[in-house]
Design a protein around this ligand. Structure first.
Ligand code: ZN
Length: 561
């Protein structure tokens, strides 16, 4: 009977060991999202808990082994430590995206000690004092602060925001609402205080969308089935202000570039009949559009347009042109075709309701002074009913960094002296609509913002980062550079003058000191279908996190001692 029980515990121990191996060696992206517990880091608690069970089972087996009597606890403890070390080595060497850390081994050991102590105390082989000491030991690492963000966790945030379910976080199929719902949940899990009911500041915008049919084909055969079909997103896109429409076929009319230099040609073109033609031009022609005589410009604006471009870069517009306008990747355009077919659904949405999200960690010393971290969560949405813009770098990456910073300041041990607000703007891609609305309807007094740090495009970093307004706020930029030099966070920091290229701009215009930081190097995907999570190295993510945190701390977010 005793032999059977020993074997039973032995089998249980082995089963538990295999469960642990499977769990710890699963690639990071397959792991479920963990709840953000306020006091204990989930990772630490999980390590300790799992090893407590392992030690307990191991001890129940070992104490019945004739050779181990009296030494069972010690042998099991050593075995647990060795197994914990093995897991970390495997995690490191198998490149699973899991982070191998020696602090995990400490958690493992403490868990094993606690598990053994609990069992021994239950069997009255140990007085409660050592048990209390072990519990105290366990509590120590639970308060230890991570010095780097959890990159696997950040990558999961980026993957969630860039997933097909979010439809490109635009205005087709409620993409931006889905993203906002996901982000409210994240803010709630972190225990952040809302700056508006349900973290939400509603506003509306007008925006042109492409929610349905999206076909373009160039061929020499009349009718829609002549072949030469181009792929939406990868071969062509609709220009932001394109109207919808459908033609079975129409003639392509290459723009005569003499219209730019020869007045006679320009006059001849003004007199040209328009019907059944689509204008074929290049991005170079488009760049010097303003050089054309106004009468000709007016005339050409009435044509449908196919523009050949070296790179597809999508954008959003708040109005619609008279005709369909396509941009085609020049390298994918079939040369020598005379006819073109298209079918495009374009819908100009009026007063579409969307939102900013706003949360705060209240300061312990000066709660009415604010440091602000901002990032836009919206992107370009869909290009037809099947193609979406993932926007992993722009700006799932900045949102992920904002959430890691929020997780840091939400921990009681890091409670800032000044308040730190976290603003997630909508409709940035539609022309800084959300941040402009916030500045006009601020949820916190703008003069009380000591500094605003806007995060947009944080997914690379091989070549360091650029700081817009670095040349405006020179002292703050010197401080930033000093912090970067001290800790070697990013390979290089470059200062720029003012630029209206992200959500810091409306704040700058309103007199709020603001930096906009973006990483450089790596993936060149921008406003296209290739801006995918897999393309992002996150090379500068940990560095940008450390730098942003140190900078915010230096500006007043450092916890009061
Ligand atoms: Zn952006």
């Amino acid at each position: 009977m005793k032999f059977l029980t020993a074997r039973f515990y032995g089998i249980l121990t082995l089963l538990w060991l295999s469960v642990m191996l499977v769990l710890t060696l699963t690639p990071a992206q397959d792991m479920p999202d963990t709840p953000a517990w306020k006091l204990l880091s989930f990772d630490t608690a999980a390590h300790a808990g799992v090893f407590a069970v392992l030690a307990g089972l191991g001890w129940l087996w070992a104490r019945q082994q004739p050779g181990l009597r009296g030494r069972a606890a010690g042998v099991v403890l050593l075995g647990c430590i060795a197994f914990g070390a093995l897991i970390e080595v495997l995690q490191y060497s198998m490149h699973l995206g899991r982070h191998a850390e020696w602090s995990d081994l400490l958690s493992d050991t403490i868990g094993a000690v606690l598990g053994l102590a609990l069992l021994l105390a239950l069997r009255r082989q140990l007085p409660p004092a050592p048990l209390a000491a072990a519990a105290l030991l366990l509590a120590l690492p639970l308060h230890a602060q991570p010095t780097t963000p959890d990159l696997a966790h950040a990558r999961r945030t980026i993957e969630a925001l860039a997933s097909a379910e979010m439809h490109g976080r635009g205005y087709v199929q409620q993409g931006e609402h889905r993203a906002a719902t996901y982000l409210r949940e994240r803010l709630k899990q972190l225990g952040l205080q809302p700056l508006a009911p349900n973290y939400t500041q509603p506003f509306t915008l007008d925006v042109n969308t492409f929610p349905g049919k999206m076909e373009l084909a160039a061929n020499n055969v009349m009718g829609p089935h002549g072949g030469g079909a181009l792929q939406p997103g990868s071969d062509f896109i609709a220009a932001p202000n394109s109207a919808g429409g459908k033609v079975l076929y129409t003639h392509l009319l290459p723009l005569d570039t003499l219209v730019f230099t020869n007045p006679d040609t320009a006059v001849a073109w003004v007199r040209r009949p328009l019907h059944h033609q689509a204008l074929l031009l290049t991005s170079r022609d488009q760049a010097r559009w303003s050089q054309l005589p106004p009468a000709l410009r007016q005339q050409l604006d009435l044509f449908a347009q196919v523009v050949l471009v070296p790179k597809l870069t999508a954008s959003l517009a708040s109005s619609q042109a008279n005709n369909p306008r396509f941009e085609v990747l020049a390298s994918r355009w079939p040369q020598g075709k005379k006819l073109v077919h298209w079918q495009l659904d374009a819908q100009l949405l009026h007063s579409y309701p969307t939102q900013n999200l706003a949360a705060v960690v209240r300061g312990s010393v000066q709660p009415d002074s604010f440091l602000v971290v901002s990032a836009h969560y919206d992107h370009l949405g869909m290009m037809g009913s099947k193609t979406y813009f993932p926007g992993a770098n722009d700006n799932a990456s900045g949102v992920a960094l904002l959430l890691e910073l929020a997780a840091h300041y939400a921990q009681p041990a890091n409670r800032p002296a000044y308040s730190v607000a976290f603003l997630l703007f909508g409709a940035e891609e539609a022309g800084l609509v959300g941040s402009s609305y916030f500045v006009q309807h601020p949820l916190l007094p703008l003069p009380r913002i000591k500094f605003l740090l806007n995060l947009d495009l944080l997914g690379t970093g091989e070549e360091g980062a650029t700081v817009v307004n670095g040349r405006v706020h020179e002292a703050a930029f010197r401080q930033l550079t000093a912090l970067n030099d001290a800790q070697h966070y990013l390979p290089r920091l470059t200062a720029r003058g003012p630029a209206a290229n992200s959500d810091h701009f409306p704040f700058s215009e309103a007199g709020v000191p603001a930096f906009f930081m973006y990483t450089r190097g790596g993936s060149l995907a921008y406003h296209d279908v290739h801006d995918q999570p897999a393309a992002l190295s996150l090379a500068g993510f940990a560095g940008a996190y450390g730098l942003a945190r140190d900078f915010l701390n230096a500006q007043g977010a450092r916890p009061a001692q």
